[in-house]
Design a protein around this ligand. Sequence first.
Ligand code: AMP
Length: 399
Amino acid sequence: MKILVVNAGSSSLKYQLFDMERGLMLCKGNCERIGMDGMITHKCPGREDFHATPAFPDHRAAIGYVLGLLTDRELGSIGSVAEIAAVGHRFAHGGERLRASSVLGADEIAYLESIVPINPLHGPPAISGFKACKEVMPDIPHVGVVDTSYYSGLEPHAYIYPIPYELYEKDRIRRYGFHGTSHRYVAGKAAELLGDPSAKIITCHLGNGSSITATMNGKAVDTSMGFTPQDGVPMGTRSGALDPTVVTYLMKKEGLTAEETEKLINGRSGLLGVSGVSSDCRDVREAAAKGNERAALAMKILVHHVKKIIGSFYAELNGADALVFTAGIGENDRELRKEVCADMTALGIAIDEEVNAACPRGETAELTAKGAAVRTFVIPTNEEYMIALDTLRLAAQNK
Ligand code: AMP
C-alpha cells in the first residue's frame, strides 16, 4: 500500500511517498515559493535529485505537479495516482477537539477552520493543502495527524494556566503542546528499546524549533510548549519562556505594537537574538569556537534551559527510565548532548563521552555511561513515517 504524506505551509508543500509493505520511503520533496515564482526539489533514494522552477500559483498547482512527478516514468516511483491508497496530512494544531488522528471530513475541517484564531500561521495553509489534495484525489481517505493530539491526555493541572479561569472557557487559553508527532515517534522507539511500554521517558526535540516532553505509559504528561510553540527552551529565533511582564514592559517602554512584539519574540530572539550571528546552531557554534562570546553565551543559555526542563520533568515523573535526543541539534550536536548531560549524576544521567563523540549521523544510538540509571539515546525523528503509520491504520479501518 502506498501512502502520501503532505505537510503544507504558507508558501511550501512538503511530501513523502511511502511503500508501507516494505517500510520504504520512495520519494520526497518540497515545493517552495508557492504563490510566487515556484521551485521544487524532488528526491528518490539512489537517484539524482530533480530541481525545477515550475509556476505554483497555489497549493492545487503544486500538488498537481507533485502527482505528475510521482507517476513520471523516469522521476517517479508509481505507475498511476490510483496506487496511492490514502493521504496523511500534518496539522500542527487540533485545538481541544481533534484529540487523535482521524479521517478528515466536513466536520473536522469546519472545526479546524474555527480554531484558526488560535493557530493563524499554520492553520490556513494546512487547510488549503488538504483541500487541494482532496480535490485531485477525492475518492481515497485523507487523514489528519495533529501534533497537539499527543497532549490531549494532559491533566488539567498541567494544561490550565494560573490566570482567570474564564479565559480558558471563553478564549481556550491553555497549554496545547507542539511537535507531538515527533515526540510520540521517538518515545515509542525508546519504549521499544527499553522493552517497557510503561516507561518514563523525557524526549528532547531540539531543532530550529525545540521542545521537551515527559511521557509515561505511552502518553504525554507534560510539555515545555504552551498555548503556542513559543514557550519552553530558547530556539533558533524564538525566545522560549519569558517572564510575561518582559513583553508588556517592552511594549510600553519601546512603544511596540502587539505585532511588532510578536515579531521580536518569535523572529529576533533565541540563538539569533543572543548571538547576533545566526539562528542556525552550526553557525553559532562556529562563531563561539572563534571566540565570539555572545555566540558562546547563546549556547550556554540553551543548555541551561534544557537542563532545567529535564530536571523538572524528572521530578514530575518521579524518575526517568530514558532521556532521548532528537531533531537537527539533538541528533547532530554532540557538544550540546555532552553539556546537557554533564553534572546530572544526581538524577542518574551520565553518558559515555567516546560513544557520544563517535555517534553516527542519522542512526539510533545508546549513549548511557556504565552504571547510569537513566538510559540516554539519540533517536532520529521521523514525523512523516509516523503520519504514514497513522494514515495506514485509519485507512484500513475506513474500508
Ligand atoms: P531541524 O529544525 O530539526 O531541521 O533542525 C535544524 C537545526 O539543527 C539548525 O539549528 C541546525 O543548525 C541544527 N543542526 C543540523 N546539523 C547540525 C550539526 N551537525 N551540528 C549542530 N547543529 C546542527
